[in-house]
Design a protein around this ligand. Sequence first.
Ligand SMILES: *[C@@H]1O[C@H](CO)[C@@H](O)[C@H](O)[C@H]1NC(C)=O
Ligand SMILES: *[C@@H]1O[C@H](CO)[C@@H](O)[C@H](O)[C@H]1NC(C)=O
Length: 316
Amino acid sequence: MRSLSSVFLLLLSSTWAAALDIRADPSPTTEVQDGQTGTLIVLPPQATETGLKQIPDAAHPFVAPGPDDQRGPALNTLANHGYIPRNGIASFEEISLAMMEAFNLELMLGANMLANNILTQGNPFANKISIGGVSPLVPPLPGQIDGPVTGGIAKHGRFEGDASMTRADAFIGDNRLAAAWKVWRQRPGREQHRLQCCNLIGMKKQNIMMDQAANPKFEFAARRLNNAYAEASLLIDVFANGTTKQATLSIIGSFFRNQTFPPNWFRAASPVTGAIVANTVSQIVAAIPVQPGRNNAQGVPALRITTGPRTSPACL
Ligand SMILES: *[C@@H]1O[C@H](CO)[C@@H](O)[C@H](O)[C@H]1NC(C)=O
Ligand SMILES: *[C@@H]1O[C@H](CO)[C@@H](O)[C@H](O)[C@H]1NC(C)=O
């Protein structure tokens, strides 16, 4: 966090900026520092075509990633289909456009999440981020003001974090999604079960409790809490089949297990906005009244959440 706050300080302090020469004239699009050319980040326009559409189109076939391609906790499907560069290294504009095209994510919602990620886990000077881990294609910021390497989206505790529904906790090295869905998968017909907000609440509660018990270094910070719930809401708000608005386990499984679009899948019929995600998040927050916290030095939970049935009967 110390190095991260340096970034903010840098942005706020003109004295520092002048000293490190990051924001000085001439235009950052031509400025070279530490061998990197500064690249202006430009917000693309909101797509005008925002209706129902089958994804992927013929120009975006699945190709499994090669050994040098970066993959991480998010955006893998977009890379596997070439909506963003297949090597997993992309610019702000490339990812913004891909999220609008493939997921019909409204520009400002996508751009907001992405800007946070590029600022904290990418190289905003060169306008590049790795969707996985450290890559030689994403150098550290000039002057190494955020440390000697740039971590990528997989960097622990910034975007990817504890109590994740879809990925391993870095400390445990287990797959949370598989664990949370184990019960459903044992029942016949479960693949076509429709995921609803009450399921997300149940899964999220279970994630937090299991991770807190299993991970002595468990931490659920305020910055993480919001992401963790927003991540949950994406499961039903973004990955649902746009024609039916249903997110079945087989659809979600295709994204998370196989990292490919399900066959015959349609993106949302109208843009997925911040208000839509916030509505789902607020239902989860209301059902899981947990304050940010962490296990103490002895691994004893300082965080308590209301236990209860994993899902309501109406949800099973
Ligand atoms: C994942 O891919 C395998 C092999 O192609 C396939 O058999 C399986 O049905 C796929 N699963 C999902 C959830 O798409
Ligand atoms: C999405 O809905 C359409 C229309 O009901 C259906 O034909 C298609 O198979 C569905 N796709 C998936 C992945 O469920």
